[in-house]
Ligand binder design. Structure first.
Ligand code: ADP
Ligand code: MG
Length: 579
């Protein structure tokens, strides 16, 4: 027996027990190695005219034996010589694949898409296996060798036989214990699930023998009392779908196909409202496919909801939900990002350089925003539905960033216009403002109907100004964070920002000189009355005064307004919040 080359057994222990957080990824690693081995052979066939390959030679096969507790991953790839086994499997953190990549770096081009690079993936087998055997025959050799190890002390290599070139990795799974159960890996559905989850887009077919049931043909002499009989049989099935839909160019994919992919991969039963496809080349090459759902997932506003896009590197799933790829206010977006340029951490479960991710995230955010703006401008009905589902999150986005995001997001907001009696954007509100109006007016409360009846709303409307009726608790906080709203100035124009004013608070500055004078006089006349009222109301009010907002057209003799930045509505919400 040979001891592991890297003397320290601690290192192996670390590999097996600390690097990976999720032991089911062992299958991903073995399949990735098999795919690399097939890739290397394929590459050889491209560069070496002596090598000709039949297409069906390029396959990966997964099987299991419940009684023997074995799981086997076989490939018809390039295989390993005895020396290569010794070097590549006997040395932890030695990657034959990385070597291959650097040796072929010039000729490589796009043809070789090797997944491996760290030389540790293979050892993840020992998370689930008490023994690992590797039977391999190198392409062009007629010798086959078996490498065997329990993952603790070392390994043995002995001569064996194998039909044809390629490699079988045979894991004997650990025994089940009270805490750990390995039976899922000894079942058709368990293995199928893992292949679909992590290796669905590996570019060679991954096959399995799958059990099936069929009705036996009806015998010709069957009588009237014939009951159909069934038989079991097995059939070789390709489990992975291979070509990732996000890598196909948009022209080649129908919306139907995108919809099906969305529904099956993101577990929604409705078609997405929008599909966004991105292909980027240059400093970072990546593909992204994103979806705006047509309805909010039931847990969107719960604490348990996790935002993020699935992250793939070279067609292999790295992370199901990579949070860094989406800002909070676009947390409803589902989708996939695939880049072979990402620098992955050794476990592949974390990333080394977040700056790469941040750069991608920024681009994607722009794309999402663009798509939403497009929907807002060209399909208002769909956009209103979108906004009903997800608008609240956009407003929070502005509020949570203290208004820093307002430029990005304010254009995407919709509010109910009292005048138009429909949802409008701030832009549309500003465009419709009559001469002389220099602020955007809004009122906040529980219902549009009730707000529309408020005397202060009516008073502003009577001046010919529109009022936005805001019924979500976040609305006013969002406006407070924004302070003002302005469209980016067109060329030659000066940028002017309109103040956002709550009709129920502060001084709106709408009264004419005459009205002001009249109010002052009325105040003087009623000084005693107001003094008595203030005394009667005590702490409940800060001041009783004459208002210029209530006109004779109003049926209300008095109104309550707030002083200072907080409106009554906001104070109500704040006082309801837990400390
Ligand atoms: P990595 O894939 O990052 O290189 P691994 O630990 O997964 O590291 O594998 C170590 C090396 O063992 C690979 O680089 C490759 O040279 C060799 N190897 C593993 N599996 C196979 C296989 N199925 N066929 C041929 N070579 C393999
Ligand atoms: Mg590997």
């Amino acid at each position: 027996m040979k001891k592991f080359k890297t003397e320290s057994k601690k290192l192996l222990d670390l590999m097996i027990n600390s690097i990976y957080t999720n032991r089911e990824i062992f299958l991903r690693e073995l399949i990735s190695n098999a795919s690399d081995a097939v890739d290397k052979l394929y590459f050889k066939s491209l560069t070496d005219s002596d090598v000709s390959l039949a297409k069906d030679e390029l396959a990966i096969h997964v099987s299991f034996d419940k009684d023997a507790r074995t799981v086997t991953v076989s490939d018809s790839g390039i295989g390993m010589t005895k020396d290569e086994m010794d070097k590549n499997l006997g040395t932890i953190a030695h990657s034959g694949s990385l070597e291959f990549k650097s040796e072929n770096v010039e000729a490589q081009g796009d043809d070789v898409d090797i997944i491996g690079q760290f030389g540790v993936g293979f050892y993840s087998s020992f998370m689930v296996a008490k023994e690992v055997r590797v039977v391999s025959r190198a392409f062009g050799s007629d010798e086959a060798w078996e490498w065997k190890s329990d993952g603790i002390e070392g390994y043995t290599i002995s001569e064996t036989t194998r039909e044809g070139h390629g490699t079988d990795v045979i894991l004997t799974l650990k025994d089940n214990t009270d805490e750990d159960d390995y039976d899922a890996y000894l079942s058709e559905w368990g293995l199928k699930n893992l292949i679909k989850k992590y290796s669905n887009y590996v570019r060679y077919p991954i096959t399995m023998e799958c059990s099936k049931t069929r009705q036996k043909p009806k015998p010709e002499d069957a009588g009237d009392d014939y009951k159909p009989e069934y038989e079991h049989y097995t059939e070789t099935e390709t489990i992975n779908s291979m070509v990732p839909i996000w890598k196909r160019s948009k022209q080649d994919v129908t919306q139907e196909e995108y919809n099906e992919f969305y529904k099956s991969d993101f577990h929604d039963f409705s078609d997405p409202a929008r599909t966004i496809k991105v292909h980027a080349e240059g400093a970072m090459t990546y593909d992204a496919l994103m979806f705006i759902p047509s309805r909010a997932p039931f847990d969107l506003y719960s604490k348990d909801y996790k935002k993020g896009l699935a992250l793939y590197s070279s067609n292999v799933l790295i992370m199901e939900k990579c949070e860094e790829l989406l800002p909070d206010y676009f947390n409803f977006v589902r989708g996939v990002v695939d880049s072979q340029d990402l620098q992955l951490n050794i476990s592949r479960e974390t990333l080394q350089h977040n700056s790469q991710l941040r750069a991608i995230a920024k681009k994607l955010e722009k794309k999402i925003k663009g798509e939403l703006a497009n929907m807002r401008d060209n399909d208002r009905e769909a956009y209103e539905k979108f906004f009903e589902n997800f608008g609240r999150g956009l407003k929070y986005g502005i509020y949570m960033s203290y208004g820093m995001n307002k430029g990005e997001l304010a254009d995407l907001l919709l509010f109910y216009s009292a005048k138009e009696q429909k949802m409008v954007t701030l832009d549309e509100y500003v465009d419709a403002m009559p001469e002389g109006q220099d602020s955007i007016f809004y009122a906040a409360g529980d219902s549009v109907e009730r707000l529309a009846k408020m005397p202060v709303v009516k008073a502003v409307m009577n001046k010919g100004y529109d009022v936005l009726l805001c019924t979500q608790d976040v609305d006013e906080f969002c406006f407070q964070a924004m302070m003002g709203y302005g469209k980016p100035a067109a060329e030659g124009e000066e940028f002017s920002e309109k103040q956002l004013k709550n009709v129920a608070s502060g001084d709106l500055g709408l009264e004419s000189e005459d009205e002001k004078k009249a109010a002052e006089e009325a105040a003087k006349e009623s000084e005693d009355l107001f003094g008595a009222m203030k005394e009667a109301l005590g702490e409940q009010v800060t001041k009783v005064s004459v208002s210029t907002r209530l006109t004779s057209a109003d049926d209300a003799p008095a109104c309550i307004t707030a002083e200072g930045p907080l409106s009554l509505e906001m104070e109500k919400i704040l006082s309801q919040m837990p400390d």
